[in-house]
Design a protein around this ligand. Structure first.
Ligand code: PHE
Length: 343
């Protein structure tokens, strides 16, 4: 029947409709869904349809109308999506870029990296180790057994529910780690963070940084150590720098010394930092105690060595004229930003 093929025809038209503009979509709407749409008159045609097909015809016209509605809303949606994405791609290339915040190195890292560079130049290799240590590596191996009075020199943070796990009190624990796993010759530096249960003030903190140095070989002498440390001081503080070694005591070195560098008392900053003496204490050092070598199964008859531990914070404070150690750990961006020009 003619009316049925008319429906077929319109359905095919609806299905294949591909409007490319809002205007074309509107034409589609008016044709199929407007007040004088093309489907409406079809409902009147039911009169001319044979009784037994009336029901079928009614359903066909209804689904034609539904198909038109669905197609229209689908096309409308597609067009809106396309609008949205084309709006996005309309980039204004003349707009200034969003500012990118540039980070800066922490003064501790700056100083630490400088020191690492200085020692790497003469063959020291960086060894990094854990901050949570056990009692053996931090103390016992370092010739500081449990009842040793020198344990009082460093107030230790022990881990909860543990009698042996602790936050390392010095990077000397790395000496034990390295000596028990490597064979001489050993020439390492170990930079890192250490912890001591100390009252926090402008001058001291419960966390700070050290660089440990260790050199073990045949015939290593105190003079070798002194020459290496003088080289370090002159690279770090300038070619004219003078040092002095004061006798000292550490359980893991014998003899032991502390090294000061001469900063003078010309400025209020150096006066304050050196407590009026002109000398800044920068490191502890000494010849590795034979007991330490024995503890780590290195033959003290064959090998000797020296070790040193440099404190980073004081040098950083002196370098950048920082008056309060706490500033180094507060992560205040107003403070940190001031080092963005230093590498
Ligand atoms: N571990 C010592 C300290 O923390 C420094 C040191 C290291 C001294 C190596 C001698 C040899 O003070």
């Amino acid at each position: 029947m003619e009316v049925f093929s008319k429906i077929e025809e319109l359905l095919a038209e609806i299905n294949s409709a591909q409007p490319t503009s809002k205007e074309e979509l509107e034409t589609f709407r008016i044709r199929f869904l407007g007040t004088k749409n093309i489907i409406k008159p079809l409902f009147g045609e039911i009169k001319s349809v044979a009784n037994e097909r009336k029901k079928e015809f009614g359903q066909a016209v209804n689904s034609l109308k539904q198909a038109a509605e669905e197609k229209h809303s689908q096309l409308k949606e597609q067009m809106e999506d396309a609008d949205a994405s084309s709006a996005k791609s309309e980039m204004d290339l003349s707009l200034p870029a969003a500012p990118m915040a540039q980070g800066s190195r922490h003064p501790i890292s700056i100083v630490m990296n400088r020191m690492i560079d200085i020692f790497e130049k003469i063959g020291f290799i960086v060894a990094e180790e854990r901050e949570i240590e056990d009692d053996w590596h931090n103390f016992t191996a370092m010739n500081t057994p449990a009842d040793h009075p020198a344990r009082d020199m460093q107030d230790t943070f022990y881990l909860k529910n543990s009698i042996s796990d602790l936050l390392r009190t010095h990077t000397s624990s790395v000496q034990a780690r390295v000596m028990t796993t490597q064979k001489p010759p050993i020439r390492i530096i170990a930079p890192g963070r250490v912890y001591r249960n100390e009252t926090i003030s402008a001058r001291s903190h419960c966390q700070f940084h050290q660089i440990e140095g260790l050199y073990i070989d045949e015939d290593v002498s105190f003079a070798d150590m002194k020459q290496t440390l003088l080289y370090f001081a002159r690279e770090m503080y300038g070619p004219e720098t003078n040092i002095r070694l004061r006798p000292s005591y550490f359980p893991f070195t014998e003899p032991s010394a502390e090294m000061d560098v001469w900063l003078g008392t010309d400025t209020t900053a150096t006066k304050k930092l050196t407590k009026g003496t002109g000398w800044l204490e920068v490191l502890g050092c000494g010849m590795v105690d034979p007991n330490v070598l024995k503890n780590c199964e290195i033959d003290p008859e064959k090998y000797t060595g020296y070790a040193f531990g440099i404190g980073i914070e004081r040098t950083a404070m002196q370098n950048f004229n920082i008056g309060d150690i706490r500033l180094l750990f507060e992560n205040d961006v107003r403070f940190l930003r001031q080092f963005s020009s230093v590498i």
